[in-house]
Design a protein. Structure first.
Length: 318
C-alpha cells in the first residue's frame, strides 16, 4: 500500500559493511560516544536523513557514503563546547551563541588532525553556511559551499527543529517544513543591503537549496507512510484481541443466564480457553477496556497522520 525507504541506521553493521567501512573507521566514529545524549542522537538522525535525501537526489553510492559520514561527524566539534553552553536550558546569550558557533571550526580542526577523518571535514565546517552568505563560520555563498554542505544543512535544520530538547518545546513536522520553505525564500534584509558585483545574485537567494528541501519532503512523507503502516498493523492486532474479548463477553453472558450447572461449566471452560496469559475472570474487563482505549487512540493517530500527509502535500517549495 505504501512506498517507503528503509531507514538508514549508521550503527547497523549491515550498513557499515555495505559501505565498506573498515574496523578502524568504526573506531573513529565511536568518538561520538563522548557527546551528550541529545547531540549524539542528533548526529545519528542527521546522518540518516542525509543518506536518504541523497538517495532521492539520485547521488552516486560513493557520494552517499561520503556525505553520510560527513553528516555523522558534523557536530563533532561540540565535544569541546562547555556543557553549561551546550546544555543550557534556555536561550543562549549573544556571547554564548558565539561560543556555540565555534563547534564548526573546532570540528574541522578535529577532522584535519586525524588522517582517517580528514576526508570528511566538510561536514563540520560547512553545515551552517547559507546560500545567501548569511551563515557561518565564513559567510560563504552558494558557489563556495560544497553540495554535501548544502545537503547536511537541510537535514540538520529539520532534525534540530523537530527534536524535543531540554531547552525548547516540540514543533510539529508540518510547521517545521514551513520554516524550511521560508528558508528557501530570498532574505529581504540581505537583498536590500549594498552588495556589489557577482555576489549580488547570491544575496537574493534563500538560505537553503530548494531542490534539497524537496527531497527532504519525500523522506518525511516516507516516514509518515511507514508510521501509518506500522500503526495499522498494530491496530489489526488490537482488533483481533477485541474480537476475542467480545467472545468472552458473550460466553460470560450465557454463563450468567444458564440455570444448569453443566451449562455454566461449559461456558466457563470456553472462557478459560479464550483467556491468555495473566488474564482471569477478575481482570479481563479491565484488560478489554485498555485494549479498546489503545485501539481508539491508534485509530485517531492514523487519522492525524493522514491529515498531516494531506497538509504536507499542500506545501510548495519554490
Amino acid at each position: 500500500m505504501f512506498k517507503f525507504n528503509q531507514a538508514f541506521d549508521f550503527y547497523d553493521r549491515t550498513h557499515l559493511k555495505a559501505y565498506n567501512l573498515d574496523e578502524k573507521m568504526r573506531y573513529q566514529l565511536n568518538c561520538l560516544d563522548s557527546l551528550d545524549v541529545f547531540t549524539r542522537k542528533h548526529c545519528e538522525n542527521v546522518a540518516n536523513l542525509t543518506c536518504r535525501i541523497c538517495e532521492y537526489l539520485h547521488c552516486q553510492s560513493s557520494f552517499i557514503e561520503y556525505c553520510t559520514i560527513c553528516a555523522y561527524l558534523h557536530d563533532i566539534g561540540k565535544l569541546f563546547i562547555p556543557p553549561e553552553v551546550l546544555q543550557k536550558p534556555g536561550k543562549l546569550t549573544d556571547e554564548e551563541y558565539e561560543i556555540m558557533k565555534t563547534h564548526t571550526t573546532i570540528g574541522y580542526d578535529i577532522c584535519m588532525k586525524d588522517e582517517k577523518l580528514r576526508p570528511y571535514c566538510a561536514g563540520p565546517i560547512y553545515h551552517h553556511e547559507a546560500l545567501n552568505g548569511s551563515g557561518y563560520p565564513k559567510g560563504l555563498v552558494k558557489k563556495d559551499i560544497p553540495y554535501e554542505g548544502q545537503i547536511i544543512r537541510v537535514a540538520d535544520e529539520y532534525d534540530a527543529i523537530t527534536s524535543k530538547r531540554q531547552y525548547k518545546s516540540h514543533i510539529g513536522i508540518t510547521d517545521t517544513l514551513k520554516i524550511l520553505i521560508e528558508n528557501t525564500q530570498p532574505n529581504e534584509k540581505i537583498k536590500s543591503s549594498a552588495v556589489l558585483g557577482e555576489m549580488a545574485q547570491y544575496a537574493k537567494m534563500g538560505k537553503d537549496n530548494p531542490i534539497i528541501v524537496k527531497a527532504l519532503f519525500k523522506v518525511v512523507l516516507d516516514d509518515i507512510s511507514y508510521e501509518i503502516y506500522c500503526t495499522q498493523s498494530y491496530v489489526e492486532g488490537l482488533k483481533k484481541e477485541l474480537k476475542r474479548f467480545e467472545q468472552i463477553y458473550k460466553y460470560k453472558a450465557k454463563m450468567d443466564k444458564a440455570k444448569k450447572e453443566k451449562d455454566k461449566n461449559y461456558y466457563l471452560e470456553g472462557i478459560k480457553m479464550l483467556l491468555e496469559k495473566d488474564e482471569t475472570l477478575d481482570n479481563y474487563e479491565q484488560i478489554y477496556n485498555e485494549y479498546q482505549a489503545a485501539y481508539e487512540h491508534r485509530k485517531k493517530s492514523i487519522d492525524n497522520l493522514y491529515k498531516e500527509i494531506r497538509e504536507i502535500k499542500k506545501l510548495k517549495v519554490f
